[in-house]
Design a protein. Structure first.
Length: 268
């Protein structure tokens, strides 16, 4: 399939029906707005508008701000480069949102990945994460790379694995000799979206001393093989500038860019 064909399938199967919302979150369609959220002390929200914002975009934006302000929830408005209106990002900034770093939406067919050879170095072993201790070790890895704290990743993976085990598989790579006594060298997970043909890839962070040794590619092919076994046709990644070239080299396509815009009631 061409990049344009892949993007069309993604838009119809994933974005329009909200097929990639976080399991367990409440999902609502309010006019043109696709909204998902969870309330409580650790609550948060997420908004997309894949059908555009109609004749009065600023009124729609104001309505979402009022909705989340009333509940005291921070939320992310995720935009895609082809979203309407074309100046959506500027309107969100004017309304008080803060843009985060853009990412490239990478799409491709599972079979393209499986055509590529991959091999771990002899001193590394890839295995499936086994419960809370492994999730904590993965969180330590991610925090060492991106300084995003331990709690978010650890609790999110543990809760999702507990409540929706059929939709999530988490893998890690570690030193074959040190095993659980050493740090996680790399970790990544895959989420399955039933009924869509799509599985999404997440994580992939690798310790500096283990980079350029094939760990990222091995985790990618391993997850693609699992997706194939479960009958999935397509893979989706929101890729950073670091991972985008690797994914494209392995046969996937950059089809558009995405930019998250963040809003928090504490700062407004």
């Amino acid at each position: 399939m061409t990049p344009d064909e892949l993007l069309d399938v993604f838009h119809r199967r994933i974005r329009l029906p909200d097929a990639d919302t976080i399991p367990g979150w409440k999902v609502e369609h309010d006019g043109l707005v696709h909204r998902s959220y969870v309330e409580g002390p650790e609550g948060a929200g997420f908004v997309e508008t894949p059908r555009g914002l109609g004749d009065d975009p600023d009124a729609v934006i104001a309505g979402e701000l009022a909705f989340f302000r009333e509940r005291g929830l921070s939320f992310e408005w995720k935009t895609y480069a082809y979203d309407e209106p074309a100046d959506l990002g500027e309107r969100l900034v004017s309304a008080g949102f803060t843009p985060d770093d853009p990412e490239t939406l990478i799409l491709g067919e599972v079979d393209r990945i499986l055509e590529r050879p991959s091999a771990l170095p002899s001193k590394a072993v890839l295995r499936e994460a086994d419960g809370p201790e492994d999730f904590h070790r993965i969180a330590v890895l991610m925090d060492s790379l991106w300084h995003n704290g331990l709690t978010g990743v650890e609790e999110r993976l543990a809760a999702e694995a507990r409540m929706f085990p059929e939709r999530l598989s988490v893998f890690l790579v570690e030193d074959a000799l040190r095993g659980a006594d050493g740090p996680v060298a790399s970790a990544a997970w895959i989420r399955f979206h039933p009924g869509t043909g799509f599985a999404s890839l997440w994580g992939g962070g690798t310790l500096p001393e283990w980079r350029r040794k094939g760990l990222y590619s091995s985790l990618l092919v391993h997850r693609a093989r699992l997706a194939k076994e479960r009958g999935y046709e397509f893979l989706r990644v929101d890729a950073s500038d670091d991972s985008r070239p690797i994914l494209q080299k392995l046969g996937l396509y950059g089809v558009t860019t995405t930019t998250p815009y963040e809003w928090s009631p504490e700062t407004r």
